[in-house]
Design a protein around this ligand. Structure first.
Ligand SMILES: NC(=O)c1ccc[n+]([C@@H]2O[C@H](COP(=O)([O-])OP(=O)(O)OC[C@H]3O[C@@H](n4cnc5c(N)ncnc54)[C@H](O)[C@@H]3O)[C@@H](O)[C@H]2O)c1
Length: 264
């Protein structure tokens, strides 16, 4: 099916690793112009090269989403170069796995900055242009943790719930300009190969060690479909929401792509 994404200009934050990488490649596969806004230039360039090999346009713009000036410069660069922003995919996220009462407050700050503030900065900066265009679409990658709360992820869960509510409020405020805003809540997506993992990925640290083959087998049993989510499953849901043709009447929603893990 033609999703009508060819010639769309799509900014994907954190598009160099795991889920973001799959989203970048998926938009590239649809013929969209892909802008990877990531801190990890090396890995972002690898993804850009893969997209360009299919004759689709892609660039990386080194961006720290927790730096508002930096984010504004990135969005301006995109519009200066490509004339518009059709879609923003707020994908960057970071979680520290620890009981709330044992968690260092520096980690709370980091989670709030990356998962919530960064998303707010990117959305604000992109809307500046989308409102002028009278069109656009935002998809934020939240988490089921934001719907049901997760053990050892208290602050992360709070941020992800915030992301869902933020998208709903934005949807109400900017729907009049033809702009849609939705969230996607993935289930557990463990990267399968080294190639899929960026240098700044949370899967480089303690997260990788947590998910041993035994733990993964155990985790699958918590999912009605008895399997873990793949990055490509999430990417396809994002394509659906970004497609005006498919989801032109869908806004303010949070779509779980999680094998039925959280039925809210
Ligand atoms: N992987 C999962 O199991 C899972 C489950 C539910 C939700 N999520 C959410 O999905 C999203 C992607 O997760 P992932 O596993 O692909 O993450 P990841 O850690 O593998 O990738 C994150 C990417 O963001 C980049 N990044 C980190 N901080 C940045 C910053 N300040 N500015 C710009 N770029 C930055 C990294 O370089 C990396 O490329 C996150 O929002 C995460 O919370 C993931």
């Amino acid at each position: 099916m033609d999703l009508g994404l060819e010639d769309k200009v799509v900014v994907i934050t954190g598009g160099a690793s795991n889920i973001g990488r799959a989203i970048s490649l998926a938009f590239g596969g649809e013929g969209a112009t892909v802008i990877i806004a990531d801190m990890d230039e090396k890995k972002a360039n690898e993804v850009v090269d893969k997209i360009k090999a299919k004759k689709t346009n892609a660039i990386e713009v080194k961006t720290d989403i927790t730096d508002r000036d930096n984010v504004q410069k990135t969005m301006k660069k995109v519009v200066d170069e490509f004339g518009k922003i059709d879609a923003l995919i707020n994908n960057v996220g970071w979680v520290s796995d620890q009981l709330f009462m044992k968690e260092d407050s520096k980690k709370w700050e980091r989670m709030i900055n990356i998962n919530l503030k960064g998303n707010i900065y990117c959305t604000r900066a992109a809307l500046e242009y989308m409102i002028r265009q009278n069109s656009g679409c935002i998809v934020s990658i939240s988490s089921d943790a934001g719907k049901i709360g997760e053990y050892r992820e208290a602050v992360y869960s709070a941020c992800k719930a915030g992301t869902i509510a933020f998208m709903k409020s934005i949807a109400k405020e900017v729907g009049r300009y033809g702009i849609r805003a939705n969230a996607v809540c993935p289930g557990l997506v463990v990267p399968r190969t080294e190639e899929e993992v960026g240098g700044e990925s949370m899967w480089r640290g303690g997260m990788k060690k947590l998910f041993t083959p035994e733990i993964i087998e155990k985790a699958k049993k918590a999912y009605p479909l008895r399997k873990l989510t793949k990055a490509d499953d999430v990417a396809r849901a994002v394509l659906f929401l970004a497609s005006e043709r498919c989801a032109g009447d869908v806004t303010g929603q949070s779509l779980s792509v999680d094998g039925g893990y959280a039925m809210v």
